[in-house]
Design a protein around this ligand. Structure first.
Ligand SMILES: Cc1ncc(COP(=O)(O)O)c(C=O)c1O
Length: 480
């Protein structure tokens, strides 16, 4: 999607930044329409369009004869705080419940706030469609060759190496394995470095797919306290790895799912060293690294890896299309084990799709698309924050994601989001209950919302209906 900011959008974005940063506080008046029009050299109707846009996002309200005021719901909400976690590793049992939750969220008529999927209209589908036709015509060998091993396209690996120059070091072409999605990459890495019964350290809350992988491979999960701004606690990991009982550490350091945290560089450096020193293989999922909201692309932990101990996994599911099913891992010194796992799992990765991706990454369209997409996701996340602040109980805590497009919400203790889930789906709203992000059943009063879709009036209404189910009068007697 090529997204040039319109003038009203630029003004709305600037004003929204000032409000969210707390420079104009809830209840205070915005500069007048006339003044904005004069100082920004915009027509009155453009200024009004910007203000209406902010009104739709729930940040400001118009008061007749008085102007526009910052709404109280626009105030920054307290983020959730990191929780302490059990000392012991535990087997995981979330998969069956998770599958039911994700399937119920895909029913027609249910607002898509469960799975972390972007709206198809945000993806460059037309360009990809054209490339598929062109690639199949121009490279007939891709459909003719057949092999179960080493079908990684050098053209794609070259693009992946080039992309990494600015933020990772760059990565070496020789350490890549192209995979069918990030999910596959994570599974291959885990299988390459663990045996059934081993313990894997994960964030708490953790992306549920990681818990599912741990569950199905017969591993145990050790939850490490994780801060909503700075990510996994290095101190806690340090303590946990002292007795050598952890085989691998699996985490999302950039715009984590579900917290949206970005680990500071210094922590990444410490984590790379700690895990290397202790013989703990580190698997990092960088799928949201390019979807940062701050100016600079955050670096992966891999950028601080001196000994090849970090396996960096990612895919293009969140920025080009989840349907491509194409991802990769830069596997460092584990590359040959990972490549073997790839061969026995799925052979090779579709060569036509690899070339389509290589050609898309080569074009300038990719950078343009990413610039627009980052802004769009940020606006959608902002709109969801404002909407949750409007409709959920007053003491609700909300994350301030630093990238990606999911939001983590902590509700009052008495609200059990697993118990509420069936009623929410019946009311036409899906979400993922918090306990599915924990091996030990923590976070029953939390939930995750997908903000991958434009914040339409239908989505706003879905959030309102969900909030209504949390009102004391709507809760079962024991909880109310
Ligand atoms: C952190 C994280 N990793 C991996 C995935 C899955 O990616 P893929 O579609 O490439 O398997 C997701 C999707 O929700 C995700 O949030």
């Amino acid at each position: 999607m090529d997204h040039q900011l319109l003038r009203y959008e630029k003004l709305a974005e600037d004003l929204s930044g000032i409000i969210v940063a707390g420079n104009i506080r809830p209840g205070e008046r915005l500069p007048s329409v006339r003044r904005l029009s004069r100082e920004r050299r915009l027509s009155v109707s453009t200024v009004l369009q910007a203000l209406r846009h902010l009104e739709d996002k729930g940040l400001v309200e118009a008061r007749p004869q008085s102007g526009y005021f910052v709404r109280h719901a626009a105030a920054r909400r307290e983020p959730p705080t990191a929780r302490s976690t059990p000392d012991e590793a535990v087997p995981v049992d979330v998969s069956q419940r998770l599958m039911r939750v994700l399937q119920s969220g895909m029913q027609p008529g249910v607002a898509p706030l469960a799975a972390a999927l972007p709206d198809a209209a945000l993806m460059p589908v037309a360009a990809l469609r054209r490339l598929y036709g062109g690639v199949a015509r121009r490279h007939p060998r891709l459909l003719e060759g057949a092999s179960h091993i080493n079908m990684d396209e050098p053209a794609l690996i070259r693009q992946l190496v080039l992309r990494s120059v600015g933020w990772a070091g760059p990565l070496a072409a020789s350490e890549f394995v192209i995979t069918n999605s990030c999910t596959e990459a994570l599974g291959l890495c885990l299988r390459a470095v663990t045996q059934p019964g081993d313990t894997v350290a994960v964030e708490s809350p953790a992306y549920y797919l990681m818990l599912q992988l741990i569950e199905t491979l017969g591993l145990k999960a050790l939850e490490i306290p994780t801060d909503p701004r700075n990510g996994m606690s290095i101190e806690a990991l340090d303590l946990a790895t002292r007795d050598g009982r952890i085989a691998a550490c699996l985490l999302v350091p950039n715009a984590s799912n579900p917290l949206g945290s970005v680990m500071p560089d210094e922590n990444k450096r410490r984590l790379a060293k700690l895990t290397a020193d202790r013989g703990v293989a580190l698997i990092e999922d960088d799928i949201y690294g390019d979807l940062h909201f701050a100016g600079e692309r955050p670096r992966p932990i891999k950028a601080f890896d001196r000994v090849g101990n970090v396996m960096l996994c990612s895919s293009f599911s969140k920025c080009l299309s989840p349907a491509l099913r194409i991802g990769f891992v830069a596997a460092g010194r584990y590359r040959s084990q990972v490549a073997l796992q790839k061969t026995i799992t799925s052979g090779a990765t579709n060569p036509v799709t690899q070339m389509v991706l290589a050609e898309y990454l080569e074009s300038s369209a990719y950078q343009r698309h990413m610039r627009g997409l980052r802004r769009t996701y940020e606006q959608q996340v902002d709109a969801m924050i404002a909407s949750v602040a409007r409709h959920f109980p007053a003491t609700t805590r909300i994350t301030q994601p630093q990238g990606g497009f999911v939001l983590w919400v902590e509700l009052p203790e008495e609200i059990d989001t697993s118990a509420l889930h069936g009623r929410a789906v019946a009311a036409g709203v899906a979400y993922v209950p918090g306990e599915l992000f924990s091996a030990s059943g923590m976070y029953r009063n939390c939930l995750r919302l997908n903000c991958g879709n434009p914040h339409t009036p239908q989505i706003e209404d879905a959030v309102r209906r969900l909030g209504a189910l949390m009102a004391p009068s709507a809760l079962p007697p024991a909880a109310a």
